[in-house]
Design a protein around this ligand. Structure first.
Ligand SMILES: C[S@@+](CC[C@H](N)C(=O)[O-])C[C@H]1O[C@@H](n2cnc3c(N)ncnc32)[C@H](O)[C@@H]1O
Length: 271
């Protein structure tokens, strides 16, 4: 069978996803598929492709099959149980980078490192930055370590296991960043099966969804310098409640919308 015939096999999976899958199996760039579409494909590859296609049709995430995904123009390894980097989170990185000039020396802290996509992006964009980052999940910390090595920033990413601020007790940072779990627990059952594979701990913020931010607002003041700031990804419907929460705790807050026009990033400063 030729490659182009394999691509034509009927499926509800989008052509783009099928191309990405085939490119992955053939170890070529997705854009090169059309240059080699007359190539004969082995029986083994056909079987592998059809097996993966079935998984995709059942809702298994393409990213977990590929074992990697792009974030801010770079590729990160991904693994079941750890959040797949999302395009919305790129805005969080952009906003942090706007606040840390390229020539300065900074020490930041990330809560809930996951794949490491946020901390590693910041480290690659700011060569004088040092990041501390934690997570409660071993799988996430192992993956972040792997990604840090892949992008050669492992010397500047200090990974710690623990809950929220507990691993950095007594330290102060130029900034704290986090994309925490923020989905209310009642929504778990309605999430697509593939999304649920990213794990409860990655996604669910508690009964109301914004419990992480309540704890964070209580504690963050102790961990940022007077000139420091914090940057958080938030749920699209949490902007006003979180603005109120942080303002009442004595912070000045700005909220930024993502490219879909939804509230997505909250930046806070001590008054
Ligand atoms: C939404 S994911 C974000 C992962 C990654 N930073 C990203 O943006 O793709 C949230 C991460 O926070 C971790 N986490 C959840 N609760 C935490 C807590 N109390 N302390 C530290 N990490 C936590 C989860 O294990 C998960 O890896």
């Amino acid at each position: 069978m030729k490659l182009k015939d394999l691509l034509k096999v009927a499926s509800k999976v989008s052509l783009r996803e099928r191309q990405l899958l085939l490119a992955h199996l053939l170890k070529v760039k997705p854009g090169d598929i059309y240059f080699i579409e007359d190539r004969e494909v082995s029986k083994k590859l056909q079987e592998e492709y059809l097996k993966s296609l079935k998984l995709l049709e059942e809702g298994y995430p393409l990213q977990y099959i590929l074992g990697e995904w792009d974030f801010c123009g770079r590729t990160f390894k991904v693994k079941e149980g750890v959040l797949i980097p999302r395009p919305e989170t790129e805005l969080l990185c952009e906003k942090v980078l706007e606040l840390i000039p390229a020539n300065g020396e900074y020490v930041g802290f990330e809560i809930g490192v996951g794949t490491g996509c946020i901390s590693i992006t910041l480290l690659l964009e700011r060569r004088n930055l040092i990041m501390y980052a934690d997570d409660v999940q071993d799988t996430a910390l192992e993956l972040a370590k792997e990604n840090a090595k892949l992008h050669k920033v492992e010397q500047r990413l200090i990974l710690k296991k623990g809950d929220m601020f507990e691993p950095v007790e007594g330290m102060v940072f130029d900034f704290v960043v986090s994309n925490p779990p923020y989905i209310p627990q009642r929504e778990w059952e309605n999430l697509p099966k593939g999304v649920r594979l990213e794990g409860w701990t990655s996604l669910i913020g508690g009964e109301k969804g914004y419990e992480f931010y309540e704890r964070f607002a209580q504690e963050v003041g102790k961990f940022i310098k007077d000139s420091g700031f914090f940057a958080l990804e938030i749920g699209h419907d949490q902007g006003s409640i979180l603005k109120k929460l942080f303002t009442e705790k004595g912070f000045r807050v700005d909220i930024f919308k993502d490219y879909a026009g939804q509230d997505r990033v909250l930046i806070g400063w001590s008054l």
